[in-house]
Every structure is written in structure tokens, then in C-alpha cells.
Design a protein around this ligand. Structure first.
Ligand SMILES: [Zn+2]
Length: 395
């Protein structure tokens, strides 16, 4: 639908730009949308006329959530593994191979249906941008088709051929890394914006991760990394060394890791070039200790929140759930958590056109069934997303 759209009667508008406090809040506000972009933000009383109008009726309006870490291209589920964990079994990451077998056996249409179902589920919960990784194919053809299918639903696609060493290469990990850096990357790169590695004991060590990420970067992909989730290691510092947009998980950090992240601070005080993306859904679903968000924030590190949506360790697509967890379990303030789930996610994807509601930004808005963003943490588990506008289009 073309023409302009005015959302007015906004009781509390989170802009993440100019306004009150870290969220750039404006009260009694309106937003004018033209051609998929925010054209004007100001007081509701002096809003310009538009072709169509949505009266928010005093509700809160936020930028759409930016979920910068999700694994949506897979088949099967691992509910039994979850139940076993809840009965006391530890999480090791080894269950990924179960999903690899199911994914390889699935048809394109089955994979496509799963991606669309989860993308739709997330959209209804306010996620207007969602990164999607490969990583359950682990052959040249299966990684390429995973990314081809992911690219139908997102421009933020990530090649994760180095998710785990597949069973057929179990005793030849060097050979598998060679495959990932060579033919698999070549087949995947046309459909990917990013390269990622699961850098963890039991997956890929720092040397393997460096080789894979450097190859991806040489092929024109941006760098992101799964680091320091299950234990301490060199992943975070490797990410900083390779100018990663984001180091993800960050559950087990040394002082040197935090210092390395803080050392990527922009000179203008706008945070760090490498973002720490925290994924509390994974700690929730594996009953593990949460990352220390306060330590990162107090060191000046830019923090993002994302779902890590995947069938093994975090089968949630809900950013409001992650916001509530971050506030309750990670001692982030509601304002810090909402910023991390919107502008923080955008930073983790090196995007400045999303995660904010300022003139020129993409018109991705969510209208809450609540007077304030505070309700996202204050009313956990409640469907508070009344309306979603993506790219200026009412969903
Ligand atoms: Zn992940």
C-alpha cells in the first residue's frame, strides 16, 4: 500500500535518538511514515496530515526488535533432549549433530516452511529484523541451500559451516576446516552477508576459527563469532582481533576479554565497534549461569540481546522474553534491555537504519498493548505486541 501513514496518540515513544534519557523518549508523540521510512517525529498535537492514520490511543511505541542471532534453517525438534536436561543431564552442544541428520534429510520445502513459520512467529512478537544462520547442513550443498532459503526471509544471513565438525569428519577436523574455508565458503558466500564460527571446546578451537573467519572476510563477508559460551577461551579476543561486528554469548569472560571489547570503543563515546551479544534464552533453556551483563555495561561495552532461536539450546523466537530475562536475571535495567534488543541488535549487524525511530530510518515500529516499554519486563509472558509495522507496511 502506498501513501503516507501517521501513527499518532503515542503516549510514550522510544526513539533511541533525540529525546529523554538513553532511549530518547518522547511523550504525546507522533510518527509520520512515507515510502517505508520515518519522515517526521514530533508532538502528536502538531502532526502533519497523512493519507492514513493509526491512533495509538496513549500506548507505547518502540522500534521493531532486531534479533541479530538466530538459527532457523533446520528440521526436527529436540524436546526430548530438553526434558533430559531439565532432569539433570548437562548441555554439551553435541545434540547439534541430531539436527544435522534431520536437516540433511529434509526437502527444500520443509526447511522453507520452518523458516517462514518461525519468522512469522517472531514478527508477531515485534521482531522486524532477524538474522538467520546456516549450520545444520555441513556439506557444500546443504550449507548453500540453507543460506539460499534463509535469504528468502532476511538480508542478514550468516554462513555457519563451522557450527560443529560433522560425524563423517570426526577424526579429520583439519580436513573439514579446509572444506569450510574452500568449496563450502565459495558455494555459500553468494547468499551470505556474514561468516560465523562456533569457537568452543568440542567445536572449533581458536586456530581453526581464525582460519575460517579470515577466509570468510577475504570473500567479502563480515565477521561474527560464537564465543565463550560453555567455558573460557580465546573466542572473544579473536573476534576483536578480526574486527567482528559481534561476539555472541560471552558467558565466561576474563578481564582480558572485557578489556579487549572495551578497547574497540568509538572515539565519540557512542559505544564499542565490536558488540557483545548476550543470549539469555540459551542459559534459560540449558539451566546455566547467565552472562554478567553489568560487568560489560560498566566497562563501556555495547551490549545487544538476541534469541539464539534454535531447536537445541534456545527454542524461543521471543525478544520480549529475552528482555524480561535480561532485566530479571542479568540485572540490566528495563531501558538497557530494550535498547539492547533494538539499537543494540542493529549495532551488532552494523546497521544504522534500523533499531531507531528517527527521520530517515526504516519505518519498523511496534505498538504495545501497554502505556510504557517497562511493561515488556514488568509483564513477562504476556502478548503485549498490539501492532507491527515493517518497512512502513502494517503487518
Ligand atoms: Zn547460536
Amino acid at each position: 500500500m502506498s501513501g503516507s501513514l501517521l501513527v499518532d496518540g503515542i503516549g510514550e515513544l522510544v526513539t533511541n535518538g533525540a529525546g529523554e534519557g538513553p532511549l530518547g523518549i518522547r511523550c504525546d508523540a507522533a510518527v509520520l511514515v512515507e515510502e517505508g521510512r520515518v519522515a517526521w517525529v514530533g508532538p502528536s498535537a502538531s502532526a502533519p496530515a497523512a493519507d492514513r492514520r493509526i491512533d495509538a490511543g496513549g500506548a507505547a511505541v518502540l522500534p521493531g526488535f532486531v534479533d541479530s542471532h538466530a538459527h532457523l534453517v533446520f528440521a526436527g525438534d529436540r524436546a526430548a533432549e530438553f526434558a533430559a536436561r531439565m532432569a539433570g543431564a548437562p548441555y554439551t552442544g553435541g545434540g547439534i549433530r541430531t539436527t544435522v541428520d534431520a536437516t540433511r534429510a529434509a526437502t527444500d520445502d520443509e526447511l522453507r516452511a520452518t523458516v517462514r513459520r518461525l519468522r512469522g512467529e517472531a514478527l508477531r512478537q515485534g521482531t522486524t529484523t532477524m538474522e538467520i544462520k546456516s549450520g545444520y547442513g555441513l556439506t557444500v550443498d546443504d550449507e548453500a541451500r540453507s543460506l539460499r532459503i534463509a535469504a528468502e526471509s532476511s538480508t542478514e544471513t550468516t554462513f555457519l559451516g563451522a557450527h560443529v565438525v560433522p560425524a563423517e569428519y570426526a577424526d579429520r577436523p583439519d580436513e573439514y576446516v579446509g572444506l569450510v574455508c574452500g568449496p563450502m565458503l565459495a558455494a555459500a558466500a553468494p547468499y551470505a552477508r556474514w561468516v560465523d564460527v562456533f569457537c568452543e571446546r568440542g567445536a572449533f578451537d581458536s586456530d581453526h576459527a581464525r582460519a575460517i573467519l579470515a577466509s570468510g572476510r577475504a570473500a567479502g563477508l563480515g565477521v561474527r563469532i560464537h564465543a565463550n559460551q560453555l567455558g573460557p577461551g580465546g573466542g572473544v579476543r579473536l573476534g576483536v582481533e578480526l574486527d567482528a561486528a559481534s561476539v555472541d554469548h560471552c558467558t565466561h569472560l576474563s578481564d582480558a576479554d572485557v578489556d579487549a571489547l572495551a578497547g574497540t570503543a568509538h572515539r565519540d563515546g557512542s559505544g564499542t565497534r565490536t558488540v557483545a551479544t548476550l543470549l539469555p534464552g540459551a542459559e534459560f533453556s540449558t539451566r546455566s549461569p547467565y552472562p554478567d551483563a553489568r560487568r560489560l555495561l560498566d566497562a563501556g561495552v555495547t551490549v545487544a540481546l538476541a534469541t539464539d532461536c534454535n531447536p537445541g539450546s534456545s527454542y524461543t523466537s521471543s525478544m520480549p522474553f529475552c528482555v524480561a530475562l535480561a532485566v530479571r536475571e542479568m540485572r540490566m535495567t528495563p531501558a538497557e534491555a530494550v535498547w539492547a534488543a533494538t539499537a543494540g541488535g542493529a549495532r551488532a549487524l552494523r546497521r544504522d537504519d534500523i533499531g531507531v525511530l528517527t527521520p530517515g530510518a526504516r519505518a519498523d515500529l511496534i505498538v504495545l498493548d501497554a502505556p510504557s516499554y517497562l511493561h515488556l519486563a514488568y509483564r513477562p509472558g504476556v502478548p503485549l505486541i498490539r501492532q507491527v509495522i515493517r518497512n512502513g507496511v502494517v503487518q
